[in-house]
Design a protein around this ligand. Structure first.
Ligand code: WTA
Length: 652
């Protein structure tokens, strides 16, 4: 169990408040009562394939399936033999069905510029960009990396790839050129779609400059398409780089959606695991469509006149599933915002809610804690009476933040859905259905229909209610990852071998007497820093690559605002001396190797690192030290810890 969550655990163990769904909300909700949820849950548990097939029938298929699921653990195929296209389900299905002039996206740039794209307009843009890709020679099965900020052209690019069957891989705009190289190389991408720059807190994030630097080491990339956003001066490499607007001006309007096998890979999204190498999580067409569609509709209770705003960046899975694929499949109107929450002032999010009349708002605990710190005066400046439902995602939410969210943002009127899921699960797994399930601050409540979750021991035995254990999923579900790109063994080993026969989430959890799940946080070496998933090993590898660093160990420590902060212990090569300047140099180095979100919050120089006899770094000791250890000055001697480590080892 990560120590970062201990304070949270203390407070949630004492938590006994419960909030029933407001009667008026339930009356209009898709699922209206606990009884209705329980009936549906049982029905889905008894016949998962029948249940998911009913959901799938609400979507468009070029060709029906012959079998709902083929399960050769851990290898799943959903909707076997069927053909579908996500872009068709997001666009054509609506436009041809008459939902033409409804806003698909209401986008606001950080400087305040606003663009609205109706379903018909988005459909046209996507078809044109799909033709751009085809004109460049990009074909079905090719991988296309997308490195953009939050502009409407990002979902246009994703949907255009989906339309022709190219597999997209969105790389978060905060990643550095070096991180781009790793991700582009791993998937052998043939093209990169990017933009000159993106606005963030009034500054330009220079995306094209990073792409130029990365591509010196990426020979597979033949084409770069550049969307002009900031109009700053950039280099365009003859023959390789093309302006988005030039290609779009020449592209034809019409591009039919390609019928794709249900198991055709839709996208690869890199996430951090327990080794230094990021994992390319692969999601496919049919199952992902069904999972994101169902959860968006049910968890956010979306109706025709809702305006949904998920504040995530599309570079992470939350944006993929709940800005792009889920909301568009349900035919919703989605708000998309380019910039920072504190630009030009601390009330920017609330100004957006008021201006665009957002009804359902979905954000992360780290953001909520930040808003709490800034104070209620900022939301109170705005009329947010259109809000009817609030959501949380990405990390455990402490009850205090939950209550603040409920009181100050929701005015005690809006239910809160605390949604637990992962890049790997593709869609929400454990969450209240807001019209049906009473909420408890800090609990993600119950698994959704079709999801069989359990808290177990290492041996896979269910722990008694109220006890902590490992969170596992016992049956396959449609939006589950299919593999790790290029590394099926790692998929099998990492997720399906630790605890026999079930999917191991990497999270610790507890189930209470009411069957509510309380997620405690990661039990592996994955960090969750401000909702960003980072690998301790990846940061260690970055540090060790610095010429002055001999060894490095990275652990998480609790942080009131970020959830977890990054603590690094570093031993230096002989001849190098610890200094505050070197600390800064190493922080900047990590930002360059990975991205600024991975910068260690603190760096401690030490003569040795505590290790087991087999040479494994004893992270638990370091975590204790990082959390409250009595450490002074620039150098720490960990010899005492080494001794403790040895003693502990002898005990076993
Ligand atoms: C954590 C983000 C508690 C968890 C969608 C998980 C949460 C990891 C919650 C996945 C939640 C996500 N309560 N913890 N509601 N949601 N997590 O892949 O540790 O970026 O394993 O997916 O975030 O992070 P990822």
């Amino acid at each position: 169990m990560s120590s970062a969550t201990h304070s949270n655990i203390d407070s949630i163990l004492q938590e006994n408040r419960k909030f029933e769904p407001p009667a008026e909300f339930s009356r209009h909700a898709h699922i209206k009562s606990l009884e209705e949820y329980e009936k549906l849950y049982k029905q889905a548990a008894d016949d998962p394939e029948g249940f998911w097939a009913e959901v799938a029938k609400e979507l468009h298929w070029f060709k029906p399936w012959t079998k709902v699921l083929e399960w050769d653990a851990p290898w799943a195929k959903w909707f076997v033999g069927a053909e579908a296209n996500l872009s068709y389900n997001c666009l054509d299905r609506h436009v041809l069905g008459g939902r033409r002039h409804k806003a698909a996206f209401i986008w606001e740039g950080e400087p305040g510029d606003v663009r609205t794209l109706t379903y018909q307009q988005l459909w046209l843009e996507v078809q044109k960009f799909a033709n751009v890709l085809l004109d460049l020679g990009i074909k079905k099965g090719d991988r296309v990396a997308i490195y953009m900020g939050m502009v409407p052209e990002l979902p246009v690019a994703m949907l255009a790839c989906a339309r022709i069957g190219a597999t997209h891989s969105v790389i978060f705009g905060g990643f550095s050129a070096n991180a781009l190289v790793d991700r582009i190389t791993d998937q052998q991408a043939v093209a990169v779609i990017t933009q000159d720059g993106s606005w963030r807190r009034g500054n330009e994030v220079k995306l094209k400059v990073a792409v130029d630097e990365a591509l010196e080491k990426c020979p597979t990339v033949k084409h770069v398409v550049v969307y002009k956003r900031t109009a700053s001066a950039i280099n365009m490499k003859e023959g390789r780089d093309h302006w988005w607007h030039d290609l779009m001006a020449k592209a034809k309007d019409h591009c039919p959606a390609e019928p794709l096998d249900a198991e055709h890979p839709l996208y690869i999204l890199y996430t951090s695991g327990t080794t230094g190498k990021p994992k390319g999580i692969v999601h496919t067409t049919g199952g992902y469509a069904v999972g994101t569609y169902y959860t968006t509709k049910m968890v956010f209770d979306l109706k025709e006149d809702d305006t949904f705003w998920c504040t995530a960046d599309i570079g992470w899975v939350t944006g993929h599933s709940y800005i792009v694929y889920g909301p568009l499949q349900t035919g919703a109107t989605t708000v998309m915002y380019e910039g920072a929450p504190n630009f030009p002032d601390l009330d920017r999010f609330w100004a957006l809610v008021a201006k665009h009349k957002v009804t359902v708002f979905y954000t992360a605990p780290t953001a909520i804690r930040t808003f709490m710190k800034w104070g209620a005066e900022y939301p109170n400046r705005h009329d947010m009476s259109t809000l009817r439902l609030l959501g949380s995602v990405g990390e455990p939410i402490n009850p205090e933040a939950w209550m603040w969210y409920r009181d100050v943002i929701g005015k005690d009127r809006c239910p809160i859905v605390d949604t637990w899921w992962q890049t790997e699960t593709g869609a929400i797994m454990i969450s209240p259905l807001p019209g049906a399930i009473a909420t408890k601050p800090g609990s993600a409540t119950k698994p959704l229909p079709g999801i069989i979750a359990e808290v177990v021991t290492r041996a896979g035995e269910k722990v008694p209610l109220g006890s902590g254990g490992f969170l596992v999923i016992k049956k396959p579900w449609p939006s589950m990852m299919r593999t790790i790109y290029g590394d099926p063994e790692r998929y099998k080993h990492q997720y399906w071998s630790d605890i026999p026969g079930v999917y191991f989430t990497g999270d610790g959890a507890r189930e209470d007497k009411d069957g509510y799940f309380w997620i405690m946080g990661r039990v592996d070496d994955v960090l969750n820093v401000s909702g960003h998933r980072l690998s301790t090993m990846e940061i260690e590898s970055a540090l060790v690559a610095h010429p002055k660093v001999a060894e490095a160990a990275v652990v998480g420590r609790p942080d009131e605002m970020k959830g977890q902060a990054v603590s690094a212990f570093v031993t230096l090569e002989s001849g190098s001396k610890p200094s505050p300047e070197l600390k800064e140099e190493l922080r900047a180095w990590v930002a360059k190797e990975i991205g600024s979100m991975a910068k260690p919050d603190d760096i401690r120089f030490t003569d040795t690192l505590p290790k087991t006899r087999s040479g494994k770094i004893m992270r638990r000791l370091l975590r204790e030290l990082a959390t409250g250890g009595d450490v002074k000055g620039d150098t720490t001697t960990l010899e005492d810890f080494t001794v403790i480590a040895k003693l502990k080892e002898d005990e076993q």
